[in-house]
Design a binder for this molecule. Sequence first.
Ligand SMILES: [Fe+2]
Length: 171
Amino acid sequence: MQKINSNEIVTQKFILELNSALAMENAGVERLQTRINEVSIPEAKQRLEHHLKESEQHQQRLQKLITDLGGNVTTEKLGLPLPTYPQSIQQVMDSSMTMQEWELKKSEYDMIVENAEVGCYLALLQKAQIAGGVLMNAIEPLSLNLKDEQSMVDWIKTNSPGMLAQLWPQI
Ligand SMILES: [Fe+2]
């Protein structure tokens, strides 16, 4: 019987997690492209464009990590953690919300998505630290990705009152 190295199992499990993060970034990049086109506030558009470039770097970092560990990179996308409302609420939202209300709502979704990314990288980082060995190589790229996600969350949080102030009079 072939002996399975326990380090190898940990590495395989970690590759799976890295690919999950990559699938999240793949979905995130697609969403950011849509968001850039629909957002009306210039500063928000600019920040989203900046984060799109960062997200492409995140993909590259994850792809390199996965390849270096001997894994195959995924091109698939996960389902983003966006709220699904009860039908009765969704119907009223669809029939009554103005463009400006949707813009605020989607900025709220941006915050949810970016916070989920923070959580994902934080968990991965902690696992890399506890696993040690070859997975220590993941710490720097994961930390860089985490930093960008956190600064995106912080930007939305800091700028949401300004966005609200701009859009509220039009609601
Ligand atoms: Fe992000």
